[in-house]
Design a protein around this ligand. Structure first.
Ligand code: AMP
Ligand code: MN
Ligand code: MN
Ligand code: MN
Length: 286
């Protein structure tokens, strides 16, 4: 494999524009300090931080790919699709993401009502203190507030006890469809990538259906090396790359210095057998 294969690419992270705690500028500086060569900011259902991220990347001498991470409902669960290299002014992408963000406010109020019923009041107002983008209130903001309120020790415990599926503060939500999310990304000139597949609670058949349908809709990549994967996942999804004819991505999914286990750029290299997404996205790198 050529030298491009071992670039330190980190193509998945979050800023204050979604549920991260750092600004796009601070993330660019951190990525640079950690030795990243190619970076993408992939805020949930948002591209509002892209101009700042590109400018900050230029300022510190980082190569940049535009990015987002779209929430999708598939087989009754939430699946994330990362988009890389899109034209962030494309109307299909802009409108699709706007519509996807639309239900968050209502979901947040319903979550807060449900938590009040189990004796935890004022969570909506508390979570808002952690929200920078009024269109993007996330479960992560709820988790930060419940830690602050002393209800749980860390955000992971909040998800486990209160806001994961089946827990008292979980409110089912219908996100974008797989075909729409992949369509918005590809119509705007980008590449759709299945985010952290090792995290989903899908049966073997459902996972096979996800990859098959994703590919049929025009999806081209899958995250092989990410903060949420272990070595067994690297091996498994590198195999899926071959089986489904997909390129491989690499991204930390960094959210916060206090909360994230994997820092920007601090990931193992992709396995040698796969085609890195950044080889196919060369012309989209800025
Ligand atoms: P939402 O899009 O509002 O449903 O929030 C989903 C976000 O919650 C994910 O992007 C993660 O950042 C965060 N999250 C999910 N599960 C956990 C967990 N177990 N511990 C901490 N954060 C989590
Ligand atoms: Mn997140
Ligand atoms: Mn995700
Ligand atoms: Mn993410």
């Amino acid at each position: 494999m050529g030298v491009i294969h071992i670039l330190n690419a980190d193509l998945h992270c979050h800023s204050i524009v979604s549920d991260g705690t750092l600004t796009p500028e601070a993330l660019a500086q951190r990525a640079k300090a950690n030795g990243v060569d190619v970076w993408a900011l992939t805020d949930h259902d948002e591209i509002g931080g892209q101009a700042r991220a590109l400018e900050a990347a230029r300022a510190v001498g980082l190569r940049y790919l535009t990015g987002t991470e779209i929430s999708v409902t598939f087989a009754g669960i939430t699946v994330h699709i990362v988009g890389l290299g899109m034209d962030t002014t494309h109307p299909a992408l802009v409108q699709g993401l706007h519509a996807t963000r639309g239900g968050r406010e209502q979901r947040a109020r319903a979550m807060s009502d449900d938590l009040a019923r189990v004796g935890i009041p004022g969570v909506y107002e508390g979570a808002l203190k952690y929200v920078d983008n009024p269109e993007l209130i996330s479960r992560t903001h709820f988790a930060r507030y419940l830690v602050e309120a002393g209800i749980c020790r860390d955000t992971n415990e909040v998800f486990r006890k209160y806001i994961n599926d089946g827990k008292p503060g979980f409110v089912p939500h219908r996100w974008a469809t797989l075909v729409d999310a992949v369509g918005w990304i590809t119509q705007s000139g980008g590449m759709a990538v299945i985010a952290h597949p090792g995290r989903y609670k899908l049966s073997t058949n459902e996972e096979y259906a996800l990859f098959t349908e994703f590919k049929a809709h025009g999806g081209q990549g899958v995250e092989v090396v990410t903060g949420a994967h272990g070595v067994a996942d690297y091996v498994k999804y590198a195999e899926y790359c071959k089986e489904f004819g997909l390129a491989a991505s690499r991204g930390s999914d960094f959210h916060s210095p206090e909360e994230s286990h994997t820092d920007l750029g601090k990931l193992p290299d992709l396995p040698g057998s796969v085609t890195p997404v950044w080889e196919l996205l060369e012309s989209r790198i800025q």
